[in-house]
Write a protein of this length. Structure first.
Length: 273
């Protein structure tokens, strides 16, 4: 049987845009397409190198004069819940979890709109319509799940997380939840529950996306013990968040060509039976 050799992934750079995390800064992303039979292999490899998935694209920040966005993950074996996190678990003991295939529903979209209007009314997703929402949930070339959280008494949908299943963990692509229960810490609860999901499945990591030192929006991630950040081509334990200064000299950022050259690509050749 003849095999068609896969095409090596090509990397591109987005046009500069205002940074949503640090005022006065401009963000730029390095990205590549995620498609074909080797999508899962490529996703696993690049996720371990600080990339994130958005539908059929893998991306990583590649700003010209800043390196503040650090990919973050929780090492499940090193995680111990704090007192406040234990209280969050108790407050949400009435929630039940259900994992489904990545399929968008009207209930999900309604909750998504309420979440955005309350938390991110001026954000980049504020104008997302139902078709774009469905694409965000359903367009995935890899193993993904929608994790839904429902109140056991009222049967109301309380929270949702689009989650990718990686070879070494679970990746929280995007989560949203009701704005009506601010005292319940639902964002933190969904992370805590994903730690439990990973632990039960024997997976060592929970990938959280990016942590930005100095950004109030991202500060909650640094409160999870066992947090690791991807710095200088390797994962490091986050000891003291104040050790990371969000202001970086432009010479600290490698040129695009060097960044691409330093990406370790997996073996995408077809396996012989």
């Amino acid at each position: 049987m003849r095999h068609t050799l896969p095409i090596a992934p090509q990397f591109y750079v987005t046009a500069p845009q205002p940074c949503p995390y640090l005022e006065g800064r401009v963000e730029r992303k390095l990205f590549t397409a995620l498609q074909g039979e080797t999508a899962a292999i490529l996703n696993d490899s690049l996720s371990a190198q600080g990339f994130r998935r958005s539908q059929n694209v893998l991306y990583r920040p590649s700003c010209a004069d800043c390196a503040s966005c650090l990919s973050a993950r929780i090492n499940v074996a090193d995680f111990t819940p704090s007192k406040s996190q234990k209280r969050i678990l108790k407050r949400n003991a009435n929630l039940t979890r259900r994992a489904t295939s990545p399929w968008a529903t009207e209930d999900q979209y309604d909750l998504f709109r309420r979440y955005l209007e309350s938390r991110h009314a001026d954000g980049g997703m504020a104008d997302m319509d139902v078709f774009e929402f469905a694409a965000m949930i359903e367009e995935t070339p890899i193993r993904s799940r929608v994790i839904q959280y429902t109140d056991t008494t009222t049967k109301e949908l309380i929270g949702v997380c689009l989650t990718d299943v990686l070879g070494d963990g679970v990746s929280m692509v995007y989560s949203f939840y009701t704005p009506d229960l601010p005292q319940n810490g639902l964002g933190n609860y969904i992370i805590l529950d994903h730690i439990d999901i990973a632990r039960t499945a024997g997976l060592p990591y929970v990938y959280l996306g990016y942590w930005v030192p100095g950004s109030q929006k991202m500060g909650y991630k640094a409160k999870f013990s066992g947090l690791e950040v991807y710095v200088g081509g390797q994962w490091q334990k986050l000891k003291d968040p104040s050790d990371f200064n969000p202001d970086h000299h432009p010479l600290h950022t490698d040129p695009i060509a060097e960044q691409v050259a330093n990406i370790a690509l997996p073996d995408l050749s077809p396996k012989r039976s």
